[in-house]
Design a protein around this ligand. Structure first.
Ligand code: SAM
Length: 250
């Protein structure tokens, strides 16, 4: 059977597409894209004439079946989304799952991904992190999700739509506390790229005061919860030793 290539495309700066991605997009029989009109512009920019077919969240199950049929018939296909890596808060999961279940070879062609780009420049702990994608749109669902993350020790990464940025930041400030360090990574790889590190309290005030910061695309990163230092954090053994030492003091 053919191969399904999962190809990352730029998240803003067109120079971020790799030589291998361009070759694969040129050579496959068909490109499955989230939005064919959007991707047609990208392909045109690179002089690629490969036909496009729509594969988005509304038709992915049916279209996926047809595409797996073509893969099984021996054609090589590529999957792309509007920006960045397919499947990462983007369509493609059903197609990849069905292709693999049918025994089709699935090959990643890696490239841009907003959460990894943001983490690589944020200066927050990067050895362990969790990606939460988009928070629920409604306030109650959003707060519930955040509440469950209050004592998460790993760096937290969220995608956020510009019109919900301020509300989400406010909820984060209330639940995680004013002092929790955070980073707002906006318009990565684009002309107005901004990577602002501050406490959640400061970040809220900064975004509220400057409506430019509420435009464009953004990734929010929050430092993981740090166990409090002080008496509560001391182990039972440390407390026992401390008691013995205190008893020796005059
Ligand atoms: N598949 C994409 C990826 O690999 O990052 C993510 C797609 S998701 C539908 C779009 C979200 O990704 C935006 O709302 C924003 O949170 C984030 N994003 C995408 N491009 C970005 C950029 N240039 N700067 C900051 N965030 C970006």
């Amino acid at each position: 059977s053919g191969t399904l290539y999962v190809v990352a495309t730029p998240i803003g700066n067109l120079e971020d597409i790799g030589a291998r991605a361009l070759r694969v997009l040129r050579e496959v029989a068909l490109i499955a894209a989230e939005d064919t009109r959007h991707s047609a512009r990208l392909l045109q920019h690179f002089g690629i004439a490969t036909p496009l077919v729509a594969c988005h969240e509304h038709n992915e199950r049916d279209q996926g079946g047809r595409l797996v049929g073509r893969l099984l018939a021996g054609e090589d296909l590529a999957l792309i989304s509007d920006a960045g890596t397919p499947l990462i808060s983007d369509p493609g999961y059903h197609l990849v799952r069905n292709a693999r279940a049918a025994g089709v070879r699935v090959v990643p062609v890696p490239g841009a991904c907003a959460l990894i780009a943001a983490l690589s420049a944020a200066g927050l702990a990067s050895d362990r992190f969790i990606f939460e994608g988009f928070l629920p749109a409604r306030a109650a669902g959003r707060r519930q999700r955040l509440q469950a993350l209050v004592e998460e020790p790993r760096t937290l990464i969220f995608y956020e739509a510009p019109h919900r940025l301020l509300e989400s930041l406010e909820d984060m400030r209330v639940l995680f506390g004013d002092d929790r360090p955070a980073v707002l990574a906006r318009e990565l790889t684009k002309a107005f790229e901004t990577i602002k590190g501050a406490s959640l309290g400061e970040l809220c005030a900064w975004v509220a005061a400057d409506s430019n910061q509420q435009r464009g695309e953004c990734v929010l990163l929050i430092e993981g919860w740090q166990a409090p230092v002080g008496e509560e954090a001391l182990s039972a053994e440390a407390l026992r030793v401390l008691d013995l030492l205190l008893a020796e003091l005059p």
